[in-house]
Ligand binder design. Structure first.
Ligand code: TRP
Length: 465
């Protein structure tokens, strides 16, 4: 009752006052945004798609997609968030007033926040696998010569087949995410990413050094990644690279808008975005440089799909000197990277409820977290007992993955590009970016108006039909 009374007195104010919350520094923002961007997408997905689609040429296309699709949208999101000054939905409302256009564009905010929660529900289940593997590592499952390829495949299959194990691990991830988010931007998020992100870099670099020194296959891995052979590139590979450019930068679901809304006005959005995209790309490449030498040295297949880091890599861990320790490091790295991403997906929705309904942060976190946790149960069960329950030929897990990655992300990205490129005035954009009518500004706006929407529309149409 009193919460309701409070809600009535919360003004429908638009811009969040700068004194209230917000990042404590530019560095804090970069760490948080890079933490959001760097996640399972970089360490789990990128290596296996790079392996599947043949290496070099795919990597090149991916880099181009990050530059001409992902980065312009990232800049647009942060800009819209800072100018709007609230949760994604509220930012669109505030912008509608300021720019004098229809408030209906706030639907992008709803699409984004809804899509982000759907992503989180299965993302958390996969992130849970890293928790399980961390446990296996600590429990000596990757001890030297203890395992053969088939036992590793069995280990993974066993995890996937166990509802209890999947649910327990998913709960650990959601629990940790909720604890951090409930403490707020400065008390939770900033404090978490301040050690999560640098920790991740240290672990990753240690792994790359290990892989380079112990396998003698670093050169081969580098050639696989950086020597393009266009004969291996397929149209499907190009589309996958485009889709992944969104996912990996956390762009298209208005999550970065929320982070932008906490950003102070003296920070250059362009420079910050280039740094974030650069760090994200660096991690994806480093992950490949850590993984592929080990894969090649053990005569394993780079194109072995989703099981690359959960089946293929553990086989190598169990065969190499010190592999047990490396395995623990690797899966700890994965869990840490996933956690800094899950936080970012929950945050905007919690923020929104907190402001709109006057809920306390812990209450909002509990409500949204419980919803996502419940959806995640569906995803966990869809991997085993409810495998047969399908819609459009997909189980619940695959359905959420498909709908978010192939439809909602590109659609969100397309709408954001159209909105920022064509609805918001050129003057507002220039003012917010603060780089005047420079070549960089003109190039960005050109990409956003013509190139990005065309590419994204192609992906979308292809995915739908
Ligand atoms: N970018 C993260 C990764 O690569 C995942 C992620 C975090 C995300 N926040 C997002 C994806 C928002 C889409 C939208 O793992």
């Amino acid at each position: 009752m009193s919460a309701n009374m409070e809600a009535l007195s919360v003004p429908n104010a638009t811009r969040r006052p700068e004194t209230e919350g917000g990042w404590s520094s530019r560095m804090a923002f970069i760490l948080a945004a890079a933490g959001s961007a760097i996640g399972l997408g970089n360490l789990w997905k990128f290596p296996y798609i790079a392996g599947e689609y043949g290496g070099g040429a795919f990597v090149l296309v991916y880099l181009a997609c990050v530059a001409i699709i992902g980065l312009p949208i990232l800049v647009a999101e942060i800009l819209l968030g800072r100018r709007g000054g609230g949760s994604p939905v509220r930012s669109f409302q505030a912008l509608a007033v300021r720019e004098g256009h229809s408030p209906s564009w706030r639907l992008i905010g709803w699409l984004g926040m809804g899509g982000a929660l759907l992503i989180l529900s299965f993302y958390s289940v996969v992130a849970g696998w890293s928790v399980a593997y961390l446990g296996y590592g600590l429990g000596g499952h990757f001890a030297a010569d203890a395992n053969t390829a088939s036992t590793m495949a069995d280990l993974f299959a066993g995890l996937i087949a166990s509802p209890a194990a999947l649910i327990a691990c998913h709960s650990v991830i959601m629990g940790a995410t909720m604890v951090i988010v409930s403490r707020g931007i400065r008390g939770g998020l900033e404090r978490a990413v301040r050690w999560l992100v640098p920790g991740l870099f240290v672990l990753l670099i240690a792994l790359v050094v290990y892989a380079a020194m112990s396998t003698g296959q670093f050169g081969r891995a580098a050639r696989f990644l950086f020597r393009p052979s266009f004969a291996t590139l397929t149209w499907e590979g190009v589309l996958v690279a485009m889709g992944h450019a969104f996912f990996t930068l956390s762009a298209g679901m208005t999550v970065m808008m929320a982070y932008g809304s906490y950003l102070k006005r003296d920070v250059s959005i362009g420079r910050a975005s280039v740094t974030i995209a650069g760090l994200d790309t660096l991690v994806a490449v480093l992950a490949c440089l850590a993984i592929f030498p080990i894969v090649f040295a053990n005569g394993l297949e780079p194109g072995s799909g989703q099981g690359l880091i959960f089946v293929t890599l553990p086989i190598a861990f169990s065969q190499m000197a010190g592999g047990e320790v490396v395995a623990v490091m690797f899966f700890a790295l994965l869990a840490v990277a996933a956690l800094s991403s899950t936080i970012s997906i929950l945050e905007p929705v919690v923020e929104h409820l907190e402001r709109r309904d006057g809920w306390t942060r812990p209450k909002a976190t509990l409500a949204v977290g419980a919803l996502v946790w419940a959806l995640g149960l569906g995803c966990a069960l869809a991997l085993n007992v409810a495998k047969g329950v399908t819609l459009f030929g997909m189980n619940f897990f695959d359905l959420l993955d498909f709908v978010t990655a192939n439809i909602m992300l590109p659609l969100g990205g397309l709408l954001i590009a159209i909105y920022a490129g064509r609805v918001v005035s050129r003057e507002s954009l220039a003012e917010e970016l603060g780089i005047g009518n420079s070549p960089a500004f003109r190039a960005w706006r050109f990409l956003l108006r013509y190139v990005t929407p065309t590419c994204v529309a192609l992906v979308l149409i292809n995915n739908l039909f």
